[in-house]
Ligand binder design. Structure first.
Ligand SMILES: [Cu+2]
Length: 161
C-alpha cells in the first residue's frame, strides 16, 4: 500500500509539473506582466501625488475650512443676482475676502481699485472661497465677473481706511 501511495504521489507530482510546464511555456507572456509591474510601481508614485494634492485642495476648495474671522475679513454672500457684504469699510492692509455662494448660479468676487484687481475662484452653490488681497487706503468696487452678473446687480463698493 505505501508503495502505491508513493506511485500515486509521483503521478500527481508529474502531472502537476507538466501542468506547471505548460503554464511556464504560456508564461512567456508574463514578461508583459512584469512590464506591467513598473506601471503598478508607478501607481504608488502617483498615489502620493493625490496625497500632496489633498492639502492643496482643502484650502483651495475651502468648503470644509471654517469661515475666517477678524476685523480684516470681508464676507461676501452671493446669490442670483446680488452680493451681500458684511461691511462697507475695512482697515487697509492685508484683507481676506471670504466668498460664499448661495447660488444657484456659479459666482465669484472680483475687487478692483487703486491698481488692485483680484478675483476669487468661480464657485458653485454651497461652495466658498477666500483670497487675501493687499488693499491700500481708498475706494474699491467689487463685482461678480461671471458674464452678465454685474449688469444683473452683482456689484458693490468697499472702502479701505
Ligand atoms: Cu455671479
Amino acid at each position: 500500500m505505501p508503495v502505491k501511495r508513493t506511485l500515486v504521489l509521483v503521478m500527481l507530482t508529474v502531472s502537476v509539473m507538466s501542468l506547471a510546464a505548460c503554464g511556464t511555456t504560456r508564461a512567456d507572456m508574463p514578461p508583459t506582466q512584469s512590464y506591467g509591474n513598473p506601471t503598478a510601481t508607478a501607481r504608488p508614485t502617483a498615489t502620493p501625488k493625490p496625497t500632496v494634492a489633498r492639502p492643496t485642495a482643502a484650502p483651495a476648495g475651502g468648503n470644509n475650512a471654517p469661515a475666517p474671522t477678524g476685523d480684516n475679513v470681508v464676507t461676501f454672500s452671493e446669490k442670483d443676482f446680488m452680493i451681500d457684504v458684511d461691511k462697507s469699510s475695512v482697515k487697509s492692509g492685508m484683507v481676506v475676502l471670504y466668498v460664499k455662494n448661495a447660488g444657484p448660479s456659479p459666482h465669484n468676487v472680483q475687487i478692483s481699485g487703486n491698481g488692485v484687481m483680484q478675483a476669487s475662484k468661480t464657485i458653485n452653490m454651497g461652495e466658498t472661497d477666500q483670497i487675501m488681497v493687499s488693499l491700500p487706503p481708498g475706494m474699491y468696487t467689487f463685482i461678480c465677473n461671471v458674464p452678465g452678473h454685474e449688469q444683473l446687480g452683482m456689484k458693490g463698493a468697499l472702502t479701505a481706511t
